[in-house]
Write a protein that binds this ligand. Structure first.
Ligand code: ADP
Ligand code: MG
Length: 322
């Protein structure tokens, strides 16, 4: 077993790559960082608890990836550029077989986004991983939840629902063959934060949120904060490749209320459609128009023919069920 300090030195200490913005990294009482001149800091924290957010015994490489990915997704949803992150870790023990792949998965994603690990805390306890990310965004440019405007288009990046489909397969809520389960589970274990898209949407989109708890619930946050309503076309939603092979009811439910997608839901004026499509193309991710912001409060679901749908959906709420 490694000591706390050996463990930090071996797995979580690297020379800062960006010595301009990160003046002091792991090893002192505080890290010292500075955003680029004139930029605001964007800060977000997400905690992942074993048995609640991931299965006991989850693959450590992909767990490391996912813990950072969900935090980078919050920066993406604000249009912020990643700078750095801290890692607070409670670990039952200090096994190299776990720590090596965990740190590799996390740091590979960190490197892909130029996001430096600048510090943290390590303690013994039930497995619990808490990351705080720091990003930068130009003043007035952040994509906030409270900026949606009546008659904005509602857009979704990528595809929805495959992560929820995998969960349904693991829980035996429906029968999935082994190949379909494995493909869908990729989306659950290895989410891709839409960091480049978020940044290209600054100045184009009005409001944005990342979809972590399910589209209906997360779009609901935009509607509530922006004091508007919306109509969503349930059959326009881009279903993941595995979900699209499922019957319509499963497709609708997983796309509307599945969690763990980590796609962006954003609103933008209709006159900017061509620019939005260009921005998405340059960020390398498809975007789909799925609805419209309206003045009447509440969320209305319609089917492909425009007829109202009355589905009972609840997005994932940690305290709603045991
Ligand atoms: P202190 O007792 O002053 O809070 P610690 O002994 O907790 O300091 O941590 C020593 C150094 O290692 C600090 O710079 C801290 O930020 C860093 N650190 C601790 N745990 C981690 C971790 N899991 N990942 C990255 N850095 C860490
Ligand atoms: Mg400490």
């Amino acid at each position: 077993m490694l000591s706390e300090f050996d463990l930090i030195a071996q797995y979580f200490t690297r020379p800062a790559r960006d010595t301009v913005r990160v003046a002091l990294s792991v090893g002192d009482d505080c890290a010292l960082i500075a955003p680029s001149p004139g930029m605001q800091l964007a800060i977000s924290t997400d905690m992942l608890v074993e048995g609640r957010h991931f299965f006991p015994g989850a693959d450590p490489f992909w767990l490391g990836h996912k813990c950072l990915a969900v935090n980078l997704s919050d920066l993406a949803a604000m249009g912020a550029k990643p700078l750095a992150f801290t890692l607070a870790l409670a670990l039952p023990d200090s096994r190299a077989e776990w720590l090596a792949p965990f740190s590799q998965g996390m740091l590979a994603l960190a490197d892909a986004h130029g996001c430096e690990l600048i510090g943290g805390d390590t303690t013994k306890g039930p497995l619990n991983i808490c990351i705080t990310v720091f990003g930068e965004v130009a003043p007035g440019q952040a994509l906030r939840r409270d900026r949606a405007m009546v008659s904005d288009d509602i857009w979704i990046s990528g595809t929805l629902g495959d992560a929820r489909l995998a969960l349904a397969g693991y829980r035996n809520e429906l029968a999935l063959d082994a190949d379909a389960l494995e493909a869908a589970a990729q989306r659950m274990h290895a989410p891709t934060p839409r960091v480049a898209l978020g940044q290209t949407l600054c100045g184009l989109a009005h409001a944005a949120i990342d979809i972590s708890d399910g589209l209906v619930g997360d779009l609901g946050h935009i509607l509530q904060r922006s004091r508007v309503g919306a109509t969503l076309d349930a059959d326009a939603l881009p279903a993941g490749p595995m979900l699209s092979m499922q019957p319509q009811d499963v497709r609708r439910r997983c796309a509307l209320a599945g969690g763990d997608d980590y796609e962006l839901c954003f609103t933008a004026p209709a006159k900017r459609r061509a620019e939005i499509l260009d921005a998405a193309r340059s960020a390398g991710i498809a975007v789909t128009r799925v609805g419209t912001i309206e003045s009447a409060p509440g969320l209305r679901l319609v089917g492909a023919n425009g007829a109202p749908l009355n589905l009972q959906l609840s997005s994932f709420d940690h305290f709603a069920s045991p």
